[in-house]
Ligand binder design. Structure first.
Ligand code: UDP
Ligand code: MG
Length: 349
């Protein structure tokens, strides 16, 4: 037996009587998903605050922590929680795959009716969860936190975040004030429908709007990080801008790129051909030389461009097919999984 399997069997053997073992018939109502990377000091207060908030709510729940390749002993802490509290599940990645991959893994594993996302560093306040759930119960598919009185530094964090929020709202047509807030509630079917890669989790509301979901925003409190440090630097602003271009591209023409490229290509090509016809008229009917006319160059350029752009559209069309077809492709590799459900197994990928 491998070390992991041995540990797992030990853990499975440990079943305190006071806890009921959840089964697939009794899926919890709430699945809290927490991507976590090197947050060892935040885990005990996180457990305390989150459990207090969720127990008070009275709904059945599970907490899925996705350990995104931590190397500071976070996993050992998480295993302890898993061993003592059957609400807690842990998915451990083989390496650091990023916050987006963590969220995706959590969404996929979630068994609840609602999926709630939260940062592990307690910058979000678990006490805000009931407010978001109440809003979701009104019939919204995604309820997003809107951080009031941000605690982060103005120039390095809040200003770029403000500009990004404006720009994302403008260009995606989804009017949210705070895209960066991780505290969100999703209806599980929506969460499971979203497929992301890279660092696109900030754009989930925009991408989901493409699925036709109902969005709502609820003011939540923002707190300063107490332990550990942020995993992102100033480079994030540039990455977010580049991601925005990708998202706009995906939202507007991911399914029919040829309609966009082809449109531009046809217009360019047509103008080129018209100029060419005019030049042919000048040469053949008016019997004038056209060899030194800049228009000739322009005409040739436009025709070639037209063919190229249309061709690009066709290639994009194939790429999109290839992108949309292989569903179920994962963007992360799981090392092990701690789960109280009997069906769960250790991945040996
Ligand atoms: N995180 C993660 N993988 C990463 C980077 C971050 O799982 O590669 C987690 C991190 O542990 C935290 C959340 O994502 O729970 C948000 O990260 P962070 O607090 O560093 O971001 P910030 O609050 O500075 O925007
Ligand atoms: Mg944080």
């Amino acid at each position: 037996m491998t070390q992991t399997a041995e540990n797992l069997s030990k853990i499975y053997a440990y079943q305190p009587e006071r806890f009921q073992t959840p089964s697939s018939e009794t899926n919890p109502r709430l699945s809290v998903v927490i991507p976590l990377y090197n947050e060892v000091d935040n885990i005990p207060p996180l457990y305390h605050e989150l459990s207090t908030a969720l127990d008070a709510l009275g709904d059945t729940y599970e907490v899925i922590v996705v350990d995104d390749g931590s190397n500071d002993g976070s996993f050992i802490e998480l295993r302890k929680l898993f061993e003592t509290d059957p609400h807690w599940r842990v998915i451990r990645f083989r390496r650091n795959f990023g916050q987006t991959a963590g969220l995706m893994a959590g969404f996929e594993a979630a068994r609840g009716e609602y999926v709630i996302t939260l940062d592990a560093d307690l910058q979000n306040d678990p006490q805000d969860i009931p407010k978001l759930i109440a809003k979701a119960d009104e019939g919204y598919d995604i309820v997003s936190g809107w951080r009031m009185e941000r605690k982060e530094p103005f120039f390095s964090r809040r200003l770029p975040s403000m500009l990004a929020n404006r720009l994302i709202s403008r260009s995606t047509g989804v009017a949210l004030h705070d895209y960066g807030c991780t505290l969100k509630v999703y209806r599980a079917d929506i969460a499971k429908h979203i497929r992301l890669y890279g660092e696109l989790h900030r754009f989930i509301p925009a991408i989901a709007s493409g699925l036709g979901v109902q969005l709502a925003e609820v003011p939540v409190s923002d707190r300063a990080r107490r332990f550990g440090k942020s995993k992102y630097g100033i480079m994030r602003t540039f990455k977010v801008m580049l991601d925005l271009i990708t998202v706009i591209f995906f939202l507007s023409f991911s399914t029919r790129p040829l309609h966009v490229f082809g449109g531009i290509g046809l217009v360019t090509g047509a103008v080129g051909v018209l100029i060419g016809v005019y030049l042919a008229f000048v040469r053949l009917i008016l019997q004038q030389g056209i060899g030194d006319r800049p228009l000739l160059l322009l005409s040739m350029l436009l025709i070639i461009l037209g063919v190229q752009i249309t061709g690009t559209g066709l290639v994009a069309e194939f790429v999109m097919r290839a992108y949309h077809e292989p569903q179920g492709r994962k963007i992360y590799v799981v090392r092990e999984e701690l789960d109280h459900e009997p069906g769960a197994q250790t991945e040996t990928a």
